[in-house]
Design a protein around this ligand. Structure first.
Ligand code: FES
Length: 252
């Protein structure tokens, strides 16, 4: 059940170039599932900003979200400090349905601000006893974050567009070199990356999570629709039917 809450910021730190990690306290934290997002109101901005969930601490009733400065709204959000409060709608959207899947080895493929939800997903997969391999792409060395956290989940490979850290190039080049069986892949990142990854892994079962600028965030404004692959006349709403979809479900 989606609720609107006023949440205290327990921590607000910069973790990479233009990238911020915020910990919030919420009685709904334990209901947040990997892949879901929260929708944040900012003074002076009509539209809320969707931010994905990077981690949850159910005992402490806290969750972590990570965002990147993409415009004025997120720039304002970057100026908040611990002790301040945010108007948040949560939990929003669908999640990676890992409870229903039998998996022994999962491949996580993230790009940029698509990386955070994969960390919470990877943690949950590891708790289930799943082997996790992560391939993460960033613009450059200054944008890299959470590498050590992903390493605690399993083998982790980093690509940067400019080659200033890890392997120069794209995540798909690293995936091409991986030599191991996987049961499922889970990917989140910019649309061109998702197109490349879903093409490359078209023989594998997988789920993708779409990054999209949203309006209402709760399924009423139709600002976020994507056509179904099987029937392009039919649309899905990223905010409500997604952001997580089967890899071949929607047209990218
Ligand atoms: Fe309004 Fe998705 S953002 S329907």
């Amino acid at each position: 059940m989606i609720k609107k809450q006023t949440l205290e910021i327990l921590s607000h730190i910069q973790i990479a170039e233009d990238t911020f990690e915020v910990v919030l306290r919420s009685s709904l934290s334990k209901e947040l599932k990997p892949g879901q997002f929260v929708h944040i109101a900012l003074p002076g901005h009509m539209l809320r900003r969707p931010v994905s969930i990077a981690n949850v601490n159910p005992e402490a009733e806290t969750f972590t979200m990570i965002f990147k400065i993409l415009g004025e709204g997120t720039r304002n959000l970057s100026k908040y400090k611990h002790g301040q409060y945010l108007d948040v709608i949560l939990p929003c959207g669908t999640h990676y349905p890992i409870e229903e899947l039998t998996i022994s080895h999962a491949l996580l493929v993230g790009g940029g601000i698509g990386v955070p939800p994969l960390y919470y997903l990877g943690k949950k997969l590891k708790e289930k006893g799943v082997n996790v391999t992560s391939v993460l792409g960033f613009q450059s060395a200054t944008h890299v974050f959470y590498e050590e956290k992903f390493q605690q989940l399993g083998d982790t490979f980093i690509a940067t567009n400019d080659g200033t850290y890890g392997q120069k190039g794209f995540v798909t080049e690293i995936i091409a070199e991986l030599d191991m069986p996987i049961d499922y892949y889970f990917s989140c990142g910019p649309t061109p990356m998702l197109q490349a990854v879903t093409n490359q892994l078209s023989n594998q079962k997988g789920y993708i999570s779409l990054e999209e600028r949203m309006g209402c965030g709760v399924g009423t404004c139709y600002a976020c629709v994507v056509p179904l692959k099987a029937d392009p006349e039919q649309n899905k709403k990223i905010c409500k039917d997604g952001p997580v979809f089967l890899a071949n479900e929607v047209s990218l």
